[in-house]
Design a binder for this molecule. Structure first.
Ligand code: SF4
Ligand code: SF4
Length: 299
């Protein structure tokens, strides 16, 4: 099984548009599994019409909680906590008990082990949900991080692992991963160990800067990158700048997708643009897929 991650240095470049199109086109050639690894803002599902088959809770962190009935107010937990998560009674006006702030607690469990009264327990709050869904183009594994929860990198790892299991059991040839934007740990979780990264960029000053940052990440993790410039005709000078930059670094630019409002129309209709129309955008995305597939075949 080959793994392709579609990434961008920032949001709004059209990464998900490209990912949905490539998932559609790839599925016409071979069976695939699709992964929406943008767990903070999952929107691949908006254009793939998924029907949820399974829903699973996701837990990744622990939080210490004091049982006031058992607490003997010795102050040990306050003394040992390195994250200032424990508030002593003298610092509170609404309670005379020691209290742990769940947002500050890192779940390190030091207080749990040190409490002489065994008054501290470690709870596992739910961080999110992951789903296995059917789409017209293959199984989709996607997830939602609950509001206020962190650890999106762990949830990304979870959806990738679940997708890998499905592909291994089902014999699918490709994992097509729509990654999160940016260069944070969730992006690294989405890209680690893949065979190829397709970086979607746009011809703007910010786009060029974010492309450079994204390519630094792929270089650091030794992942072969390809580049696709989306909305290339909104600034041809910057688009050429991207081509020149990539040429100097020996990185192939596998597509120059023009701006077209048909992309928004397809999104409103809940379809990948390549399944919606056959104009210049879709034709260029077909070229992109052919080139990406050729690189995957030789990777
Ligand atoms: S260490 Fe245990 S007994 Fe002591 S203040 Fe903390 S919770 Fe209470
Ligand atoms: S689990 Fe660790 S971080 Fe949380 S309150 Fe206890 S000592 Fe502090």
């Amino acid at each position: 099984m080959k793994q392709l991650a579609i990434l961008s240095g920032k949001g709004g470049t059209g990464k998900t548009t490209v990912a949905a199109a490539l998932a559609h086109l790839a599925s016409q050639d071979v069976p695939i599994v699709i992964v929406d690894a943008d767990v903070d803002a999952a929107n691949l599902e908006l254009v793939l019409s998924p029907k949820v088959q399974e829903e699973h809770p996701f837990y990744s962190s622990k939080v210490a909680v004091i049982d006031e009935e058992l607490c003997e107010a010795c102050g040990e937990c306050y003394d040992v906590c390195r994250f200032d998560a424990v508030t002593p009674p003298e610092a509170r006006s609404d309670s005379d008990a020691y209290v742990i702030d769940p947002l500050a607690c890192e779940g390190c469990a030091v207080c749990y082990y040190r409490c002489p009264a065994e008054a501290i327990r470690l709870d596992e709050p739910q961080d999110g949900l992951w789903f296995r869904s059917d789409t017209p183009f293959g199984p989709l594994v996607h997830a939602h991080l609950l509001a206020g929860q962190e650890n999106s990198g762990k949830l990304v790892s979870e959806v990738r692992e679940q997708a890998r299991k499905i592909a291994t059991a089902g014999g699918q040839a490709y994992l097509v991963i729509d990654g999160p934007p940016g260069i944070g740990c969730a992006v690294i979780a989405a890209a680690t160990g893949v065979d190829l990264v397709l970086v979607v960029t746009e011809p703007t000053v910010a786009g060029v800067h974010d492309l450079e940052r994204m390519l630094a990440v792929t270089e650091h993790f030794n992942i072969p990158p390809l580049v696709c410039t989306n909305k290339c005709d909104i600034n041809l000078e910057k688009s050429h700048e991207i081509d020149d930059y990539c040429a100097r670094r020996g990185i192939a630019v596998v597509g120059h997708v023009p701006f077209d409002t048909v992309v928004t129309e397809a999104m409103v209709q809940g379809k990948p643009v390549t399944a919606y129309e056959d104009g210049p955008v879709s034709r260029e995305l077909r070229n992109v897929w052919e080139r990406v597939e050729a690189h995957l075949a030789s990777s």
